[in-house]
Design a protein around this ligand. Structure first.
Ligand SMILES: Cc1cc2nc3c(=O)[nH]c(=O)nc-3n(C[C@H](O)[C@H](O)[C@H](O)COP(=O)(O)OP(=O)(O)OC[C@H]3O[C@@H](n4cnc5c(N)ncnc54)[C@H](O)[C@@H]3O)c2cc1C
Ligand code: FES
Length: 282
């Protein structure tokens, strides 16, 4: 437990594994699905947890990525990547057979319902990354799962065919109207919140704040969990590089995205203080 009693990630399941690249599929401009053979992680990672990946050889620090999908039978894991700088560029250009160091699973993931629930997954851009794994787990438990997927344009939407079958509903929105409805995820959210017990969201931090505030207003009985982003060095609580402002019993407290997060209850985030932090990937 942290000094503030917010639960922390379970580091006892994390392993440093030599993973082998199986392939990289291009899903859009600068958007790639990297599949790795990583037997240990494929059996251990829970939805919303992340791995620190490092291309070898290289001077770069490891970079954090959410587990997108797992196949424990084949011993593979996949990651949905947006090329941003040198680390993501190297990962997107891996060739089959090359090696990546994978440290994980790390962080705290999404909580799964203990009783029958209807869940809404809300993705913004590359924030779709953790949802194939989460949807698979929820559907396997017999839950109703709705999917709201938003991006700037049609070529930046995470493809519906990459989500597991059996979704109760799916709505796509794009900023430019090139696919699905024109607008932001928050434009489509109000009509989808009715009857929902859980809202899970991942995307840019301002989108997460807007989704959290709207859900609290229109569906206060729903549990809302968000996957927050912060720049990370180590991924396991030693470098203090991923500091984020949280709330505990209503009071502001400092937290670490890699240990108390990246998934947090919407009411555990100090949204106004987070908004004042320098923007990174938004
Ligand atoms: C828990 C977590 C899960 C993530 N999951 C995914 C995912 O599934 N798919 C995906 O594409 N991306 C994900 N990211 C973001 C990803 O880690 C960054 O895009 C990546 O580290 C950038 O590395 P780079 O070497 O390409 O860019 P760099 O050259 O390192 O950075 C380019 C710019 O991005 C900023 N930056 C670097 N890392 C981060 C970061 N982690 N958060 C905010 N700003 C940063 C830098 O300050 C710099 O301005 C995740 C981040 C976190 C914290
Ligand atoms: S990334 Fe090092 S403490 Fe969180």
């Amino acid at each position: 437990m942290s000094p503030f009693q917010l639960p922390e990630s379970d580091l006892s399941r994390a392993r440093d594994e030599a993973a082998t690249c199986i392939g990289v599929d291009e899903l859009g401009p600068n958007l790639h699905l990297l599949t790795l053979e990583a037997a240990t992680a494929s059996r251990a990672a829970l939805p919303g947890e992340f791995a620190q990946l490092q291309v070898e050889p290289g001077p770069l620090l490891r970079r954090p990525f959410s587990f997108c999908d797992l196949d424990p039978g084949r011993g593979t894991v996949s990651f949905y990547l947006r090329v941003y700088g040198e680390g993501t560029r190297r990962l997107a250009h891996l060739t089959p057979g090359s090696t990546v160091r994978l440290l994980g699973p790390l962080g705290r993931g999404f909580s799964l319902p203990e009783t029958r629930a209807s869940s809404l997954l809300v993705a913004g851009g590359v924030g779709a990354a953790p949802f194939p794994h989460l949807a698979t787990q929820l559907l396997a438990r017999g839950e109703r799962v709705h999917w709201l997927n938003g991006a700037a344009g049609s070529d930046q939407l995470f493809p519906l065919r990459r989500m597991p079958g059996g979704l109760a509903g799916s709505v796509q929105v794009t900023d430019d109207g090139s696919s699905g409805r024109r607008g932001l995820v928050t434009d489509a959210l109000p009509e989808l919140l009715g009857g929902v017990d859980r809202v899970y969201a991942c995307g840019p931090n301002p989108m997460l704040q807007a989704v959290s505030e709207m859900a609290a207003r229109l569906r206060p009985e729903a549990l809302v969990e968000v996957s927050i982003e912060a720049p990370m060095g180590c991924g396991f609580g030693t470098c203090l590089g991923c500091s984020i402002p949280l709330r505990f019993r209503g009071a502001p407290v400092p937290g670490l995205c890699c240990r108390q997060g990246p998934v947090l209850g919407a009411d555990q985030v100090d949204w106004e203080a987070l908004r004042r932090q320098p923007a990174h990937l938004e």
